[in-house]
Design a protein around this ligand. Structure first.
Ligand code: UDP
Ligand code: MG
Length: 325
């Protein structure tokens, strides 16, 4: 006799990372569950509570009591959205898995369009924002710069305006789960795995409650991680820069030798000396810093720590076959 009844297969999982979003959970579910219900009764919602300080976990638990298809994985502390998504993919059972934000900036109704495109055979269906009006000009400028840098130096281009809001077929989910890296840049990973993908255009909505959890510092870090995860150009560029500088220095040396022989020694030149010494010390420290970034990355990877620590699981995220991570 089987100890546990085998859980019914899930068609559609929705993974939602939440960090201090208690005010958003109820309005989100009120809009989300009717959409899911229309697509299939075999749905589940997996909240990943990223170490919230508020009562997000309790609110989700209350919803779970009323609707067992809603569950949560709670981290022992804040691990960041990227890691929360990874945990969501580890715990979701669906044949298709949707990733979305909790703040209703991602309209749940779009999931119906995802579902259609998925049934047409796309492994990855991503929402593609048509504008970035809600963001400051500076943030938009940096976003554009980032995409341009990534297209130029990364291993593959990223579709512009595509974020984490997307549906991924089980096939893609398993590939993503098998990628072991700790410094996760999901946008890059989604593109890296390949497969048939399609974008669905949408308009980003206003955040419902609370404020964005991203500071400028966090975003910068995120972009930096993105580039360094998918490119070694920042490491290699110093070879060329150093080579050019050395060549120029060699020419200058030849000139000074000839000049000294022909016209005798020349004393002035402190200013240019100091400036060039300072400039090149700066360049050297910067290149060392970049190397340090990558070494730090290697260090983080070789420690082989788990990606996240789970404090608690409730609901659908607590049972199932591949949930012992
Ligand atoms: N989030 C998270 N951990 C974090 C920061 C954010 O799980 O450390 C979640 C957050 O609760 C939300 C989603 O990630 O569901 C997107 O966050 P936010 O709305 O702050 O980002 P933005 O929309 O400004 O990019
Ligand atoms: Mg948001």
């Amino acid at each position: 006799m089987e100890l546990f009844a085998h859980p019914a297969p899930v068609d559609l999982s929705v993974v939602i990372p939440v960090f201090n979003e208690s005010a958003n959970v109820a309005p989100l579910l009120a809009r989300l569950t009717p959409v899911l219900e229309r697509l299939t009764p075999a749905w589940e919602v997996v909240f990943v509570d990223d170490g919230s300080h508020d009562d997000t976990a309790a609110v989700v638990a209350a919803h779970h009591a009323a609707e067992p298809r809603i569950g949560a994985v709670s981290f022992s502390r804040n691990f960041g959205k990227e890691i929360a998504i990874a945990a969501g993919l580890d715990h979701a059972e669906g044949r298709a898995v949707v990733i979305m934000d909790a703040d209703l900036q991602h309209p749940p109704e779009l999931i119906a369009a995802f579902w259609e495109r998925w049934r047409e055979g796309n492994v990855m269906v991503y929402a593609q924002r048509t504008d970035r009006d809600d963001e400051s000009a500076m943030r938009r400028g940096f976003a554009r710069l980032f995409y341009r840098l990534f297209a130029r130096f990364g291993e593959m281009p990223l579709p512009e305006g595509a974020g984490d809001f997307r549906l991924i077929d089980r096939k893609g989910v398993e590939v993503l789960r098998s990628l072991p890296e700790r410094a996760r840049f999901s946008k890059g990973l989604y593109s890296w795995i390949g497969f048939r993908s399609v974008g669905v255009p949408y308009q980003v909505e206003e955040r419902q409650h609370g404020s964005s959890k991203w500071s400028f510092r966090k975003l910068f870090r995120f972009a930096f991680d993105g580039i360094t995860s998918f490119s070694t150009v920042p490491l290699r560029v110093w070879t060329y820069l150093g080579g050019t500088i050395a060549a120029v220095a060699l020419l200058a040396a030849l000139y000074f030798v000839a000049d000294t022989l022909l016209r005798g020694p020349d004393v002035p030149g402190y200013a240019s000396l100091i400036v060039s010494v300072m400039f090149f010390s700066g360049v050297q420290l910067m290149s060392l810093g970049i190397i340090g970034e990558y070494i730090g990355r290697i260090f983080a990877e070789v420690k082989r720590r788990p990606l996240y620590v789970v404090a608690e699981r409730i609901g659908p995220a607590a049972v199932g076959h591949h949930r012992l991570v």
